[in-house]
Design a protein around this ligand. Structure first.
Ligand code: CA
Length: 231
């Protein structure tokens, strides 16, 4: 059952969306202002967010941008009141995936929600495997091989590789690696991340001194340049 977060301050609209989505079997979570919406988007882990633009406390554009800044990749369908071009552009630039102008047809809203959920499913399916040059990574079996040669990655190297893959080409900062993999209670330095990245490159890159896949983003962290495996 997919979970939909509805962030909408107008009571009648919120209830209408809740009823419509619930009638299709979605589990609906609601928030009546932007601040609560931002909190629920992070704590409730919805599969899709319906986001009104004009909201008390935090407006929809700011909310979308803030979620993206925090690394949250949940698909966002922006509900624009005006339907103006500048609103749509601002919304998409802020990180929304799609928009729908009010008033909208219930069937169209449901179709957009289904489309966003399908997009996530496809992306997740692709995440099972990764092709980095001649190296094949299989996250399900946790196996990495270059042709017949099996590459042995440590648990921390697997975790780093997975974070990079899940960022889908986006930057993962050294601090994000540290927080997620080493945890707050350990006291490694950002140099620790670089050391592990060098070890990972030595295994995965054909020329570790000229990495083509595990790329340094100067002053920030790393990003992955992968090849999508053939379907
Ligand atoms: Ca509103």
């Amino acid at each position: 059952m997919s979970r939909v977060l509805v962030i909408e301050d107008e009571l009648a609209m919120r209830h209408a969306l809740e009823d419509l989505l619930a009638s299709q079997g979605y589990r609906v979570i609601t928030a009546a202002d932007g601040a609560l919406g931002l909190e629920r988007a992070q704590t409730e882990r919805p599969d899709v967010v319906l986001l009104d633009v004009m909201l008390p406390k935090v407006d929809g554009f700011t909310l979308a941008a803030e979620l993206r800044r925090l690394g949250c990749k949940v698909p966002i369908l922006l509900l624009t009141a005006k339907g103006g071009v500048s609103d749509r552009v601002t919304g998409l630039d802020a990180g929304a995936d799609d928009y729908l102008a009010k008033p909208f047809e219930p069937q169209e809203l449901l179709a957009r929600v289904r489309a966003l959920l399908r997009r996530v499913e496809r992306a997740e399916a692709r995440m099972d495997r990764l092709q980095l040059g001649s190296v094949e990574i299989d996250f399900i079996r946790q196996s990495a091989r270059r042709g017949a040669e099996l590459l042995h990655l440590t648990p921390k190297e697997w975790a780093m590789l997975r974070m990079l893959a899940e960022a889908r080409g986006g930057v993962v900062s050294r601090e994000q690696f540290l927080d997620a993999i080493w945890g707050y209670n350990a006291f490694p330095t950002t140099r620790t991340v670089d050391t592990h990245m060098a070890a990972l490159r030595a295994k995965v890159e054909s020329d570790p001194s000229q990495p083509r896949h595990l790329l340094t983003v100067h002053g920030t962290g790393y990003r992955l340049a992968g090849d999508t495996p053939p379907d």
